[in-house]
Structure formats: C-alpha cells, structure tokens
Design a protein around this ligand. Sequence first.
Ligand code: FAD
Length: 367
Amino acid sequence: MVKSDQYDVIVMGIGSMGLSAAYYLSRAGLKVLGLERFSICNDQASHSGETRLIRRSYFEHPDYVPLLDVAYRNWQSLERISHERLFYKTGLYYLGDRNNPVISGVRESAGLYDIHVEEKQYIGLNPGVAKDSFYEPEAGYLDVQASFEVLKELTLNQGADLQENEEVLGWEQKEDGFEVVTDKGAYHANKIVITVGAWVNRLVDIEIDLVTTRQVLAWFGCNDDQFDIPCWCLDHPEGKGIYYGFSRSESGFKIGHHFTGEVVDPNQMDRQVSNEEVQELQSVLLDMFPDKDFRLKKTATCIYTNSPDEHFILDFVPDTQERVVVATGFSGHGYKFVPAVGEIISDMITKATTSHPIDFLSLKRFD
Ligand SMILES: Cc1cc2nc3c(=O)[nH]c(=O)nc-3n(C[C@H](O)[C@H](O)[C@H](O)COP(=O)(O)OP(=O)(O)OC[C@H]3O[C@@H](n4cnc5c(N)ncnc54)[C@H](O)[C@@H]3O)c2cc1C
C-alpha cells in the first residue's frame, strides 16, 4: 500500500526518546507521525528489562544535573496527568572507594548543585565490598512498560499517528520538505526527528563512531522472603566497572553491569545469556550479601549505543537548515532523561532552539 500524507514532523523510531518526542511535539499542536519498526515497547532495542535507575547526583558529568531537574519535573507531571505510578523513590546507595570516579563524581555534583546525599553505611552489606557509601534518598527507579503505555496513550489522544511494525528505509530532502520511505509506503513532512537508537548509522551519516554493544541483565530470587534493599550502584573493588541493582520487584532482584559489552550488529545480536554471565552477576550479589542465597529467575539482553565520550548526542543534523534533529548515543544512561529529551526535541523542532543547556551534547564537540 502506498501512502502519501503530509505531516509537520515525522519521528523515526518510537522507542524511549522517539515516543517522548512525539508526545511533546503533538502537545505543542503539531501534526505528528511516529514510525516504529517493531512494536511500541519491544525487547529488541535499548529499553528492555522492565526498570531503569533514576538519580540526580550525576558522576557521568555535572552538566546533566540541570537536565535531570527537567526530567524529574516532567516525570511527576506525567504521573499527575495519567494517574499512573511511573517513579518508585526507593533511595540509592553509591558504593565504592572515595577516590574512585563514582564516589568522587557523586560528591562533586552533589556539592555543585546542592543535591541531598548522606554519607551512610549500607546496613547488611559486606563491608569488604565498599569502603565508602553515599545515600541519595530522592533516587529510585522508573517502570519502563508503564511509561511507554502512558506516553503512547497521551500521544494518541493528542491526535498523533503512531505506526508500529513499519520500518523507515530512508529519507530525502525535497524542495518543500522531506520524503520518508518505509517498507509500507512514503510520507512527507516539513521536519524530521531521528531517534532510532542503535540503528542510527543506517539512516543518517553524522560522522561519529558510535559503538553498539550487547548488555546483559538478570533477576534473582532470594531465600529470605523479608529481604529488600534500596537501589544501588557499586564501583567494583577489583576494577571490573560498575554493577547496579534494584529493589525487589515481582520478577526478583534485578542486577546489571554498566560497562562496554561485546560490540555487536544490533540486527544479529545473540539474545541467549550464558551460564558464565549469570554466575558473574550472581557472584556480585553473593559478595555483597554473603548471608543470603540468590537463585536465577530470568535474564534479558539489551543494546547500548555508545558515543566516543559516552555523553548523549542531541543536535540538528548538519546541512539541513535546522529541520532535522538527531538524538542518539545515550550510552547506557539515557532513560531517566526521557521526558527532558522529548521536551528539548519539541523546542528544537518548533523554535529551532532550546533554552535548556545542551551544548555539551552537540555534534561539534567531536570536531
Ligand atoms: C541493560 C541496560 C540498562 C540500562 N539502564 C539504565 C538505567 O538504569 N538508567 C537509565 O537512565 N538508562 C539506562 N539505560 C539506557 C536507556 O535505556 C537508553 O539510553 C535508552 O533506552 C535509549 O533510548 P533510544 O530512544 O535512543 O533507543 P530505543 O529505546 O532503542 O529506541 C529506538 C527505537 O527505534 C526503532 N527503530 C530502529 N530503526 C528503525 C527504523 N529504521 N524504522 C523505524 N524504527 C526504527 C527501534 O525499534 C527502537 O524501538 C540502560 C540500557 C540498557 C541496554
């Protein structure tokens, strides 16, 4: 079937950032089409695994903190509008040695932006695992499935068209805007947003070396039914990188390893999780809580799209007269920013600028 429709803006890739962009763009009154090659909320891309950490004291770069204020405000507003719970404020422990990047970065951004963190022991934790620990009471986790459901419903109610199972094959600048070709037809729009995550290189050449990696998650049950913990983030004492975990959910205790995993083609990634990978994650939990027993419940795989400096890319595509926005390279820490990124993309499309501080996310930093 050939379709030919005119839109104000087409959003390519209705994953984490694309759905949020479609929501804020349609809220601004634009005629929006969103195109997603899989289903909206799928297990093939970068948002699988049920939950995502959200925290304010940012060791990755203190410039994210003002954007986190926007994100926290917008998550709250989405909860208010939808009457659904998206954010679970469990608190979060940062664990490690005070000279390691996690702990020193937390202290730096907490001091710089007056974020409340407490130097506090994690009760029940094996003291050999971490010399120092800081607790951020305002941190916690987001429910990914619920967030997608809420944003999708609100976006559709605002009149946007969201097409699932439709793959964008390419796009071309024409005299009067853009033509977007999919495996089902063609559409026209005045402006374009590219939020295809790990597949960005297939749709636009931004001349940045983005590396897509396979990451693994696992959920464990515990022999102690009463046992629960706040979320945590551990700078591993043997230099193995950062491990992180969540409070108990229906699926169990979720744990992941934040590091650059095996470099993969996102279309051909191995979705099986090996026994060795499970044992590595299980051993971290057993080291942390040696008096407990943890048994595997389930596993998942997910993709990181890493930029060279592991900071996001959020900018206009060069030579498109500020009519094409690209948002990618979220490098394993983007989800908490979803409603901030959506609002900023909407600013960029409707006003060709934004008042939010995103210079540090520009393409020109790689020149
Ligand atoms: C294991 C793991 C743990 C993480 N933990 C955290 C965390 O605790 N906290 C946090 O803040 N962040 C976390 N992240 C990072 C966060 O989930 C990602 O940064 C975020 O999901 C990236 O969003 P995105 O929109 O760029 O990509 P995606 O959500 O993957 O969206 C891209 C979408 O584009 C679609 N698409 C691709 N090509 C096409 C095409 N040609 N046509 C149409 N559609 C297309 C894809 O199907 C996909 O749905 C984690 C990520 C992983 C993998």
